[in-house]
Design a protein around this ligand. Structure first.
Ligand code: DX5
Ligand code: ZN
Length: 231
């Protein structure tokens, strides 16, 4: 089977009701989410604190799709096995999180997960050349990591275009994280992205009692992206 470059919507549970993760996850999946994005923050690499491995383990049985764990932590290596044991399918670490990213990516695959590499908005793509064989996903941050609900940084469109050309036929996903809406999603789909993370734009206006709003939000992002996607 050929590599799946279709548009995938990955709601970030950073925008979910923190007192009700199980129902929130079941609701977004029932409403069309392709992946579930889990934003892990350490209060050191980024100025915010979120989810540890036990929380990931607790929500894992509710996820029927893909558990996409975004580690905004430094150091990262000593926590990889714990997030893999918690059931992550994809683990993404930041290029900026430490001096030995090659080792980090090896460790992620060694733990049985797909390996992702995230790039902050200020980071170039030069170092990726020698990492391509280690990668299953590249996450282009379109906000500075740490918080949901920030404004999309347009300069990253050009980065995605260059990355897409660099990747060629390799089976590597390009994921976009931050400020994705029905207005910004097509810009990234056109540039070559296939996984779109969205927190605020998926959860706005909905709840577990009114999950149809999640469905409408996901559908609007997907439709806008698919219309612009490079076939
Ligand atoms: C930012 C996180 C994002 C964020 C996306 O540090 O990695 O996943 O929650 O949220 P929105 O879609 O609200 O920008
Ligand atoms: Zn994220």
């Amino acid at each position: 089977m050929s590599f799946d470059r279709s548009i995938k919507i990955a709601p970030s549970i950073l925008s979910a009701d923190f007192a009700d993760f199980g129902r929130e996850i079941r609701a977004i999946e029932a409403q069309g989410a392709d992946w579930v994005h889990v934003d892990v923050m350490d209060g050191h690499f980024v100025p915010n604190l979120t989810f540890g491995p036990p929380l990931c383990k607790a929500i894992r049985p509710h996820i029927k799709t893909v558990m996409d764990v975004h580690l905004m932590i430094s150091p990262v290596d000593q926590y990889i096995d714990a997030y893999a044991d918690a059931g992550a399918d994809v683990i993404t670490a930041h290029l900026e999180a430490g001096p030995h990213i090659h080792r980090t990516l090896q460790a992620i695959r060694g733990a049985g997960c797909k390996a992702g590499l995230a790039l902050n908005p200020g980071t170039g793509i030069e170092q990726i050349d020698y990492l391509l064989d280690q990668l299953d996903l590249i996450c282009v941050m379109t906000v500075n990591p740490g918080f949901g609900g920030q404004k999309f940084i347009h300069s990253q469109i050009d980065k995605v275009r260059k990355l897409r050309a660099m990747i060629g036929d390799r089976p590597i996903h390009i994921e976009i994280d931050g400020g994705i809406t029905p207005e910004t999603a097509p810009l990234m789909a056109e540039a070559g992205a296939d996984v779109l993370v969205a927190g605020s734009a998926v959860f706005k206006g909905g709840s577990v009692e009114q999950p149809e709003a999640y469905g409408a939000n996901i559908a609007a992002i997907r439709a806008a992206a698919e219309a612009a996607r490079v076939k």
